[in-house]
Design a protein around this ligand. Structure first.
Ligand code: NAD
Ligand code: MG
Length: 386
């Protein structure tokens, strides 16, 4: 009999978090939820806590603590609030895996706390690796912690590498191209957040959906891949594949290529990260070749979608530059969602931040927090001046 895995989910009310709970619910003999956390969706968090009976529940927004506490007062659970509580709950001795399904820079601190406590990570929160990939992967190595990718492209690469000992020559990250693939600058200057929120293949949280429309998501994933698989920038290529069936490709030094494919469904990479190294049965819909008589590929248009080029530039530059683009991007996406700036202005603000903020070639953890803070202030000023 397999041992049950004890899981903490940071961001359980989001797109990844709720899909992870679906996977866990189907396999109660394999997985047990110990910790659930959310930022502000207290109603859903309460429902999840009642259904999954974790030992600890955290709400990020402290004003919602009384509501959470009241609703769970008859349950045998510890109820907490605030960002610091996230760092506390991931260290519990019983947890085997921490699923980082929260969004943005906010994932950095609890991720570090989880690694220091020796917990394996099922990592969805790509922003953490974008900001501090070197620091986080070195720390994971030092603490013998596995980082199991949840992002579908990185899960694909990870799956292609199982059983391989030869080095990677190159990887191809596939990109759907998002809802605005093939559109020009004139079109993009007019698009609204409603249009940007309609992704052709995936249903995801708002921030990553906007990032997918602007190709920043692919840029962040290039940086994520660099750290997960210890690659140089020139070993990473992006190819647009609108059907989202091939989730990414590894090329080895003999020219052989391995791809991982399947229908676009995040439950599969989530499940693999939780069940690794095993594969477990499920009833997810299977791929049928005849439904997809042609799989197509094209070059990404980095002239029109500047964010992807900016992310490559940030990765080439290194230091705190990826932290700067991440912070600037978090600000502009939030502002675009509030209709305070246009789609193309997002890249303009990010680019200005890259040229104006202090560059640090060898940042430490405190530098990342300071760069993040300064960039947010500056980006916000730029948005206000538009
Ligand atoms: P989402 O917006 O749907 O959910 C985010 C979750 O994090 C929610 O539970 C929310 O309460 C919590 N949260 C938000 N801000 C927080 C904060 N400041 N502190 C603590 N918790 C906070 O997002 P999502 O689409 O599930 O994405 C989560 C992460 O997974 C992101 O990093 C995203 O890039 C990555 N990812 C998502 C998908 C997908 O299909 N949704 C695919 C690949 C990678
Ligand atoms: Mg992805």
């Amino acid at each position: 009999m397999q041992q049950i895995k004890h899981i903490a989910i940071l961001g359980s009310t989001g797109s990844i978090g709720t899909q992870a709970l679906e996977v866990i619910k189907t396999h109660p003999q394999l997985f047990k939820v110990k910790v659930l956390t959310a930022q502000s969706n207290v109603e859903l968090l309460i429902q999840q806590a009642l259904a999954f009976q974790p030992e600890q529940v955290v709400i990020g927004d402290e004003t919602l603590f009384p509501q959470l506490k009241e609703a769970l007062k008859h349950e045998n659970m510890e109820v907490m609030a605030g960002a610091d509580a996230l760092c506390e709950v991931v260290t519990s001795s019983e947890i085997d895996v921490v699923l980082t399904a929260l969004v943005g820079f906010a994932g950095l601190k609890p991720t570090i706390a989880a690694i220091k406590a020796g917990k394996d990570l099922a990592l969805a929160n790509k922003e953490t690796l974008v900001v501090a990939g070197e620091l986080v992967t070195e720390l994971a190595k030092a603490h013998h912690v596995k980082i199991l990718p949840v992002d579908s492209e990185h899960s694909a690469i990870f799956q292609c590498l199982v059983g391989e000992i030869a080095p990677i020559e190159k990887i191809y990250l596939t990109a759907s191209g998002g809802p605005f693939r093939g559109k020009d600058i004139a079109f993009l200057s007019e698009v609204t957040h409603h249009q940007a929120l309609k992704h052709p293949n995936w249903v995801m949280g708002a921030k990553i959906t906007i990032d997918s429309a602007s190709l920043m998501n692919k840029g962040l994933e290039v940086i994520e891949a660099k750290w997960l698989f210890n690659l140089n920038v020139d070993q990473i290529d992006v190819i647009v594949h609108p059907q989202s069936i091939i989730h990414s490709i590894v090329q080895f030094r003999d020219g052989s290529m391995k791809a991982q494919m399947g229908l676009p469904d995040m439950k599969l990479p989530i499940q693999y990260a939780l069940s690794y190294p095993d594969r477990i049965e499920n009833n997810f819909k299977r791929f049928n070749f005849l439904d997809y008589p042609s799989l197509t590929f094209e070059q990404a248009d980095t002239q029109t979608f500047r964010n992807l080029a900016l992310a490559f530039e940030a990765l080439n530059k290194g230091g705190n530059m990826p932290c700067i683009i991440n912070a600037a991007n978090e600000v502009v996406v939030a502002e675009f969602l509030k209709e305070r700036i246009g789609f193309l202005q997002m890249s303009e603000v990010i680019e200005t931040c890259m040229t104006k903020l202090d560059f640090i070639s060898h940042p430490g953890l405190d530098d990342y927090f300071e760069s993040d803070r300064q960039t947010r202030i500056f980006a916000q000023e730029l948005v206000t001046s538009i």
